[in-house]
Design a protein around this ligand. Structure first.
Ligand SMILES: [Zn+2]
Length: 475
């Protein structure tokens, strides 16, 4: 009896999967492991070239076996895998990169050329394929910018993964990597004696993430593992303070000239260490008490761990989940009053691809219209002038002032109260001021984890965008 019902369930599952399978068939085109395509991305503002570096075989494919062609339309770039025998698109995935950010900096505008190592992780193709990189043009449509034929069973594929002796801890495992979002957390700047702190930091961060909606409700869709990466020294590089550390992954403050921006530029070291476990999303936890972090879509999120004892500057909870919003769901910064090093990050008159900011090019209609209550004006009025004047005072506070923290906190509270007293507080609309600019870009909610430095939750538009990525990776 038991057997019969099991078989019946199997038949039902088969027919359901046959109905759902509209895209390429995984087993026809792929082996259940990963091919890592490492390449160099070189250029300056207005001109870029790609060159293949190496191909590496990794043991498990962590991504979906059903959703192979990207339907999310996120990212500045798009990887495409085209089967050469049938000319069929069999895999694609949007992403952002260090290069993509760097080309918007003043350094690139001055014509300086730089090279970045990047990796594309794709399910391991059985047959020769065309590896294509597309980039968004001025109107945000993808155009091919690089293409190379790759033979996956060639002798050029490295099958000798560099030996990594770091321990991998299963923090929370709910099932098969193919149907779960696999998060891999790597520590940087933790020496051997700091490992107990790393384990504690990981637990707290995982708790923070899954205390936040919509991750809280979708916890069972995730696996979380942590690699106990051991650095020779404690801490990470802080160039403006002339502090240099021998940290294993090379994470550094002052990325692209922004003091609090922490990124990892040593892509190959990172990828070789990360190859010890399957992953859909990488989180780099850096052992530092100084505020900082960063998040790049489909690359990684970085966050500082905070000091051993939690003091007043204890903001990692906010930073971590915010940066993960960038790296996991391609969410844009909804804030606009901080100093960043980008020049015209969002070109005028073009609708950003990010799901949570808009240029509102169609009057009275916005891309998150399904979440807007009828009768809500677009753009949606709010007391921006008053908010901006408080933000300006906050920005010009003197950090050396012994009362700096109290003054800053008082201003932030006043700004929060102002938002909360607005008539459209708690409603989805289109509020001017987003994406690093005060005018011309709009955010969907007065406050959100992507807007303010507080433990505010994600707004309904951001939450919906996160759920879409979870669905894509788990079905
Ligand atoms: Zn939001």
């Amino acid at each position: 009896m038991k057997k019969a019902s099991g078989f019946a369930l199997f038949l039902v599952a088969l027919s359901l999967s046959a109905q759902a399978a509209t895209g390429p068939d995984f087993d026809r085109f792929f082996l259940p492991k990963t091919l890592r395509v490492d390449y160099f991305h070189t250029g300056t503002k207005g001109s870029e070239v790609f060159s293949l570096d190496q191909l590496v075989e990794q043991p498990v494919w962590a991504g979906s076996r059903t959703n192979l062609v990207d339907t999310l339309n996120l990212g500045k770039y798009l990887i495409k895998v085209i089967d050469l025998a049938t000319n069929q698109l069999i895999y694609s995935r949007g992403f952002c990169s260090l290069y993509g950010e760097w080309e918007t900096t003043d350094e690139a505008a001055r014509g300086i050329t730089r090279t970045f190592s990047e990796s594309a992780l794709i399910p391991f193709p059985k047959r020769p394929f065309q590896f294509v990189i597309a980039k968004r043009d001025a109107e945000n449509h993808f155009r091919d910018v690089f293409s190379a034929a790759i033979v996956p069973d060639s002798l050029h594929v490295r099958r000798d993964l560099p030996h990594v002796s770091f321990a991998v801890e299963d923090v929370m495992v709910h099932g098969d990597p193919a149907t779960k979002v696999d998060i891999l957390i790597l520590g940087d700047g933790y020496s051997r004696k700091d490992l107990p702190k790393f384990r504690k930091d990981v637990r707290r961060f995982v708790q923070d993430l899954f205390d936040t909606s919509p991750f809280r409700e979708r916890k069972k869709d995730f696996n979380v593992r942590a690699v106990e990466v051991i650095s020779a020294e404690s801490g990470i590089d802080e160039p403006t303070k002339h502090r240099w550390r021998d940290n294993a992954l090379g994470c550094t403050y002052n990325s692209f000239g922004t003091p609090r921006y922490v990124l990892c530029f040593d892509n190959k070291t990172l990828r070789n260490v990360a190859a010890v476990a399957p992953y859909d999303a990488l989180i780099l936890l850096v052992n530092s008490g100084r505020y900082g972090g960063g998040g790049i879509f489909n690359l990684y999120a970085v966050c500082y761990s905070g000091p051993e004892t939690q003091g007043d500057s204890w903001w990692p909870d906010y930073v971590f989940v915010h940066e993960f919003g960038h790296s996991f769901a391609g969410l844009a910064d909804e804030y606009y009053s901080s100093n960043v090093s980008y020049v015209d990050f969002y070109p005028k008159g073009v609708e950003p691809w990010e799901p949570n900011i808009t240029a509102l090019l169609q009057p009275g209609h916005v891309k998150w219209q399904d979440l807007v209550e009828p009768g809500t004006p677009l753009p949606t009025p709010w007391n921006k002038a008053r908010y901006d004047s408080l933000a300006a005072v906050r920005r010009h506070l003197n950090r050396q002032d012994p009362e700096y923290k109290e003054k800053a906190r008082a201003l932030e509270q006043e700004m929060q109260q102002l938002l909360r007293s607005e008539p459209y507080w708690g409603k989805v609309g289109a509020f001017e001021g987003a994406g690093y600019v005060s005018t011309g870009l709009y955010r969907p909610f007065l406050d959100c984890r992507m807007f303010s430095k507080s433990l505010t939750g994600f707004c309904p538009v951001c939450a919906q965008a996160i759920e879409k990525v979870i669905d894509f990776l788990t079905k």
